[in-house]
Write a protein that binds this ligand. Structure first.
Ligand code: F6P
Length: 545
């Protein structure tokens, strides 16, 4: 079944939300809490080791009811069913979207074109597990008989960001292997990384679903040349493996078929870390931990599939995002993990969210006349507080923010963790409450300032507050809880794509730049500049001069 094609702005719920927005848009969060002291219980979900508090959002019970009506009117329930059942919901590429099958238990039965995909998935998982065990325990050796010490993942976009983010996030659980990521076609990236490596003990994992990506093929070629220079061409087979769905291109590159870990066209690049694309993750933390990551994601999938919208975490988060994006006209959202381990999470989610929902044509092919994908940005707290929080607190833009924190730290340093979490809680409270003129005046009075100085300072010290935040308090950062967290964001992307009536699983927008770069490269190679606008032409001439 195809996804429904309902323009959300034509629904009854959308119109009701527009009217409701006029009533609530100026209401202060402080007043909402004062009116309903039970608000925290009303607007929160406790699920496994997650506690999601969305009470500090500019909503009331009517908002929630209307947003859920909107989800129902655009047939989100039916869409979820189609998605999990492997229908061709990535219509422009004629593909199913089944990253969820990668984390489903082996007993499950998920069909594409009448074939159950789970046995194949299980087979590849066995291959990953067996391979990782032998690299980690040192039985698999390099060409001079030494065990591997370094893994180099070469990929870009989904073939880099997911594995790199998870490897960093789960660094606490890692083994002795040093895992490096090379992505940028900037030669300084690959050469700088190779500088520190010993070819005898380095294993290269070339990750590219299509195996046509310029950056990855260039970096892989450079790495292979470097390797051959120091070792030999015959030794390549012991030091290079690939993850791809394009077996002919990989073998053409010189990697033997038994060194290829396959994936399927029904796994989108930015949702592929659960597949063999996660090989470097599994090498870094061991297959058992990788499996726990998958299990956590599967648990969240189950929650998403089976829970009524009222208590469904990805649905609620997706709806809140729609509420700010389409009614408050917020342009961006901040994601602030209070864990240094999660420092790559915002960058990873930028691809996931912005490549998926950065679309302006609806599912029929017409331009949309409403806003879609939000701009995502963030950095870990507390660093973020000392960088851009000023703008969230006192700037002119409304920036809903998601705070992710953990009850327990991994090294159990209570002193540090209490300080970190005190900031975590304080920021959402400050963003909500702000500071009134009376409070500022009282504060300044205690500082023995002249009346004139006091009056002068007051306007600068007032915080309006009323800045919405959602707080995710998770027990502990483990492979399982991280899997659930990432799946939560993936499902939230799906929810928003369905509501906005767009296709979330293609990415035609990145193609134009790629094509133009190919043309310009051939002009650079031939030192012959063809027709361009005067700006591009001058820049190219200066580059070549
Ligand atoms: O940026 C476009 C894109 O196609 C992403 O969707 C994908 O993750 C990335 O390029 C890398 O693609 P591949 O894995 O095929 O090299």
């Amino acid at each position: 079944m195809a996804l429904p094609t309902i323009n959300p702005t034509t629904t009854k719920a959308w119109k009701a939300l527009q009217a409701h927005y006029q009533n609530i848009k100026d209401t202060h969060l402080k007043d909402l809490f004062a009116e309903s002291p039970e608000r925290a219980a009303t607007f929160s979900v406790a699920w496994k080791d997650f506690y999601v508090d969305y009470s500090k959002n500019r909503i009331d019970e009517t908002t929630k009811r209307l947003l859920i009506d909107l989800a129902k009117e655009v047939k989100l329930e039916e869409a979820i069913k189609s998605y999990f059942e492997g229908d061709i919901i990535n219509k422009t590429e004629e593909r199913a979207v089944l990253h969820t099958a990668l984390r489903a238990p082996s007993s499950h039965h998920i069909q594409i074109d009448g074939t159950n995909v789970i046995p194949e998935v299980t087979e590849v998982k066995k291959k990953i597990s067996g391979f990782c065990d032998t690299v980690i325990d040192g039985t698999l050796k390099g060409h001079t008989g030494k065990p591997f010490t370094d893994i180099v993942n070469i990929g870009i976009g989904g073939s880099d960001l997911g594995p790199a983010m998870i490897t960093e996030s789960l660094a606490y659980y890692k083994n002795h292997l040093h895992v490096h990521y090379i992505s940028n076609v900037d030669g300084d990236h690959v050469h700088q990384s190779l500088k520190a490596l010993n070819p005898e003990t380095t294993l290269f994992v070339i990750v590219s679903k299509t195996f046509t990506t310029q950056e990855t093929l260039s970096n892989a070629t450079t790495a292979r040349s470097w390797f051959i220079e120091q070792a030999s061409a015959e030794a390549v087979s012991k030091h290079f493996v690939a993850v791809s769905s394009n077996i002919p291109n990989v073998t053409k590159f010189g990697i033997a078929e038994n060194n290829i870990f396959p994936l399927w066209d029904w796994v989108g690049g930015r949702f592929s870390l659960w597949s063999a694309v996660g090989l470097s993750i599994s090498l870094s933390i061991g297959y058992t931990n990788f499996e726990a990551l998958l299990e956590g994601a599967h648990d969240m999938d189950d929650h998403f599939r089976a829970t009524s919208f009222e208590d469904n975490i990805p649905v609620i988060l997706g709806l809140l995002s729609v509420w700010y994006n389409n009614f408050f006209e917020a342009e961006s959202e901040a994601i602030i993990p209070y864990s240094q381990y999660l420092h790559r999470l915002p960058a990873y989610l930028q691809q996931g969210i912005m490549e998926s929902n950065g679309k302006s044509v609806d599912r029929i092919g017409n331009p949309v006349d409403y806003q879609t994908g939000t701009i995502i940005w963030g950095e870990p707290g507390t660093n973020a507080q000392h960088a851009f929080f000023q703008l969230i607190h006192q700037g002119t833009k409304l920036i809903p923010a998601e705070f992710i924190g953990f009850k327990h730290s991994l090294f159990n340093d209570k002193d540090h963790h209490d300080k970190l979490m005190a900031n975590f809680f304080a920021q959402t409270e400050a963003l909500m409450n702000g500071k009134t003129e009376a409070e500022v005046t009282q504060d300044l009075k205690s500082k023995n300032l002249s009346e004139e100085k006091l009056r002068e300072l007051i306007p600068f010290k007032i915080f309006t507050g009323n800045k919405p935040t959602t707080t995710l308090l998770i027990d502990k950062l483990t492979p399982k809880s991280l899997g659930a967290l990432i799946s939560m964001y993936e499902q939230r992307i799906f929810v928003q794509g369905v509501i906005w009536n767009i296709f979330s699983y293609d990415q035609w927008g990145v193609e134009l730049g790629k094509q133009l770069a190919t043309n310009i490269l051939s002009e650079i190679n031939n030192t012959q500049i063809s027709e361009h606008d005067s700006s591009t032409k001058t820049l190219l001439k200066r580059y070549l001069s």
